[in-house]
Design a binder for this molecule. Structure first.
Ligand SMILES: Nc1ncnc2c1ncn2[C@@H]1O[C@H](COP(=O)(O)OP(=O)(O)OP(=O)(O)O)[C@@H](O)[C@H]1O
Ligand SMILES: [Mg+2]
Length: 157
């Protein structure tokens, strides 16, 4: 999969450069406040915006204003809980707070060794056949496919 690094402000030119592709995944840098307008217009052009968040109150405080902005602009978006632990007491409280602000992907990503160990090798979970987290990412992908209305050939689904 080709990877292109571009300044956020140049996203329109970058889209032209990618041409007619079936799937474009865009990872945005931290501190989107620094380029608020560019980030918002980029999000408006996307079929779906995923807003990853940790499962702490600090994370909720950090992502809430951005989700309010996205929903206020009618941009299809969902929180995705990362490093989540369903067994801790705060999990449900955090989930409730997120749901009060926006949609929440029903698949959360637990804290998994597979993820940071493979990242350290420049790889990702799907690069490993037997990765524990493979099922989790398959489920997340299924959610994105449905929400974004992506047409996937039956064999690849
Ligand atoms: N659920 C997880 N389980 C284990 N490790 C994780 C998990 N999520 C992220 N990590 C690890 O934490 C590190 C930072 O993750 P990542 O780059 O996705 O964060 P980020 O918020 O996008 O960072 P940045 O703000 O720099 O873009 C990476 O080494 C990644 O592998
Ligand atoms: Mg990042």
């Amino acid at each position: 999969m080709p990877v292109l690094a571009v300044p956020l402000a140049d996203w329109r030119a970058a889209l032209k450069e990618t041409g007619n592709v079936d799937l474009l995944v865009i990872d945005t840098p931290p501190s989107i406040e620094a380029q608020y307008g560019a980030t918002l217009s980029l999000c408006a052009a996307a079929d779906i915006v995923l807003v990853p968040t940790g499962a702490t109150q600090d994370d909720v405080d950090s992502v809430t204003p951005w989700m309010r902005t996205l929903t206020g602009a009618d941009i299809r978006s969902s929180f995705v809980l990362n490093r989540a632990n369903r067994r801790v007491r705060s999990y449900e409280a955090i989930r409730t707070k997120l749901l009060q602000v926006g949609a929440l992907c029903p698949v959360e990503i637990p804290l998994l060794e597979d993820i940071h160990v493979s990242a350290g090798k420049g790889l990702a979970v799907p690069d490993f056949v037997k990765a524990k987290a493979a099922e989790t990412f398959d489920a997340l992908w299924a959610y994105v496919v449905r929400e974004a209305g992506i047409r996937v050939p039956a064999k690849a689904a």
